[in-house]
Design a protein around this ligand. Sequence first.
Ligand code: GLA
Length: 439
Amino acid sequence: MKKGLLKLVSVFMFIMAMTLVTACSKSVDNSAKNVNNDAVNETVDENAAGSDADAVVSPETDADSGSSDNSNESKEPEVTEAAKQEEVKVGKLPLVEGGVKGVFEKFGMIAGVCINPNVIPKYSDHVIQNYTSVTMENEMKPDAIISKSKSVEANDIVVAFPQNALNMLEWAKTNGIGVRGHTIIWHSQTPQWIFYEGFDTSKPLVDRDTMLKRMESYIKQVFEQLDTLGYFDIIYAYDVVNEAIEDNGSLRNSLWKQTIGDDYLWYAFYYADKYAPESCKLFYNDYNEQFKTNAIIKMAQSLVTEDGRSLIDGIGCQGHLYTKDSIDAYITMLEAFNSLGLDVAITELDVSLGTWPNKLLPTKENLQEQGRWYYEFINRIAEGNAAGTTCVSGITLWGLSDGNSWRSDRSPLLFDRMFLPKNAYFGALQVREYAGFDE
Ligand code: GLA
């Protein structure tokens, strides 16, 4: 990486906030201690998109494309009384001292969580106690930050961060929390009109040169505005491109590709590299990478300048997983990415009960299976980081609790709807005795 002046003082402040995180240099330590459970004992609001921009694309993503048959969803098992009792028992267990971040830091990893205006500032204390990094669920996405009226007026893509994003950035800065920027170039949650002549979808798509100019201007404004607003010191990573590769390894036929061509990814990283501060790591982020590992490796290797300098710093693995998914396959993928010599982060972890077509209810057995899954998953990564076979620099949970998850009906997170810790919490935090093992 290259460019502009390092903001040493600010970066130092952020590095201080991440003091204990030294990637890939720590050994596994399962001795997390317990303290009193001060869990936020109330339900949270339902998740809301929270974007106040004038964009038009559905917030649906293709995160499970190829396997989204929900036809079996009616076959839901009953939650037995015994299961409910067991949930209460686990929920009453004391929380782990130091929170999620205390445990992940021992494994050389930053602990992150996704936030939205429903949980910040409401659950500030919970976030501060458990995490050192946040990702905004929707508020920094293209449809949230591109203004149509201003773009039409300027005949250029115009970026205007919405107030709810600014509020959360300010909150993060005040509390010494790092931010993963998410996301700039994506096929989803992106206004379609940015690709058309006169920003009018009834007209033809613009030509390659026009779209390249628009792309450069867009990326430049994102970084320039964050600089002007004073947030370069907290934004330590950015998902420059999200979900560009299909499950079969081919390049998704997005409007970015249709207007610019197959090299749009190269230009996205070229411009991000040109305008982002040195302190901000530039990521490619995707889902189902365990099924398209080679295509992503090939793509990442192609993101180099003529003199061989890499334009990309890291691979983000979303990690929207299931309790029936193979942990071995995921670790194999992390090991393959490790050989790239880039940063690797798990950026949107949640582990739903069951499989995509067959979701399971939060019975005692299913929650224990999930607890064991989280335990093994984090344990394998911790071991890999210690051995140098993986180098996962951080894990971001995609939500605070099952009550505010985009997959609420699949109970994928560490805390339940009452904000009480689940087996998954104890599993992720390596408290084996409460993770759901029969011993
Ligand atoms: C993808 C995106 C996220 C989010 C999730 C669903 O993983 O990267 O920003 O939209 O889908 O919440």
